[in-house]
Design a protein around this ligand. Structure first.
Ligand code: HEC
Ligand code: HEC
Ligand code: HEC
Ligand code: HEC
Length: 126
């Protein structure tokens, strides 16, 4: 009887140990390019949480901004949306295209801070 319980608990432990690393790998490490029909470059590296921690960015809206009827909604963010929900393949008026939205957002800050990659191959790592 005891043997069975111990085996059973052992089995649970094995599952827990397998489950934990499998799930910590879910953390975002690159920007999915599934919204581009024919991607020309390898996906850009971007270790979301680690990046924002090292870069000391606290405001989610710095990247996940929210616009309604063309107006910026101050103090609110849009992390439940994808950039592609508002930025299309081609820019419309003041709304940059999806590629430009990423490039402006990422590169402008790196240039301003004089820190972080600005060369193609540093983000689009083969
Ligand atoms: C700071 C990082 C960064 C740099 C530097 C950068 N990109 Fe990107 N680029 C991105 C991100 C993020 C996307 C969104 C999708 C992805 O991950 O590929 C993107 C998307 C693209 C796309 C559209 C998707 C595709 O693969 O067709 C192209 C084309 C592109 N970049 C080309 C370039 C070229 C050319 C350069 C250099 C002149 C460059 N990028 C520099 C981050 C960067
Ligand atoms: C430096 C820019 C940047 C900052 C700051 C940022 N994010 Fe993101 N985040 C992104 C990008 C880019 C994506 C990918 C969007 C896409 O694919 O359309 C993303 C995706 C996400 C996703 C969905 C994808 C996933 O698997 O995780 C969530 C949730 C998210 N961010 C939450 C947050 C929260 C909460 C904050 C603030 C604590 C935050 N982000 C700050 C750039 C940023
Ligand atoms: C709810 C819709 C919406 C979402 C989601 C959204 N954007 Fe935007 N974005 C806009 C609109 C609208 C504009 C044009 C603003 C203007 O009129 O100047 C814009 C402008 C921009 C600009 C140029 C000017 C500026 O404000 O910096 C960049 C860069 C940008 N977006 C990047 C991103 C990125 C990167 C994401 C995803 C992490 C994203 N956007 C998600 C609607 C959105
Ligand atoms: C508001 C400022 C800001 C924005 C927006 C931003 N970054 Fe950065 N990024 C930084 C800073 C600062 C560093 C340097 C951090 C350090 O290592 O000290 C950095 C570093 C990086 C690095 C080097 C490795 C790392 O993770 O530290 C990569 C890759 C990178 N950024 C990709 C991106 C991509 C892709 C985007 C757009 C989706 C982006 N960044 C948007 C500020 C920003």
């Amino acid at each position: 009887m005891y043997n069975r319980i111990i085996k059973f608990l052992g089995l649970i432990l094995v599952f827990v140990l397998m489950w934990v690393p499998a799930h910590s790998q879910d953390e975002m490490t690159a920007i999915d390019n599934d919204m581009f029909l024919k991607p020309q470059r390898p996906v850009s590296v971007f270790q979301h949480d680690e990046h924002n921690e090292t870069a000391e960015i606290e405001d989610c809206a710095q990247c996940h901004h929210l616009y309604e009827d063309g107006q910026l909604v101050e103090g609110e963010s849009s992390e439940d949306m994808r950039c592609a929900d508002c930025h299309e393949e081609k820019g419309i008026g003041k709304t940059p295209s999806l590629t430009q939205a990423f490039h402006l957002n990422c590169k402008m800050c790196h240039q301003e801070k004089k820190s972080g990659p600005v060369m193609c191959g540093e983000c689009h790592v083969k």
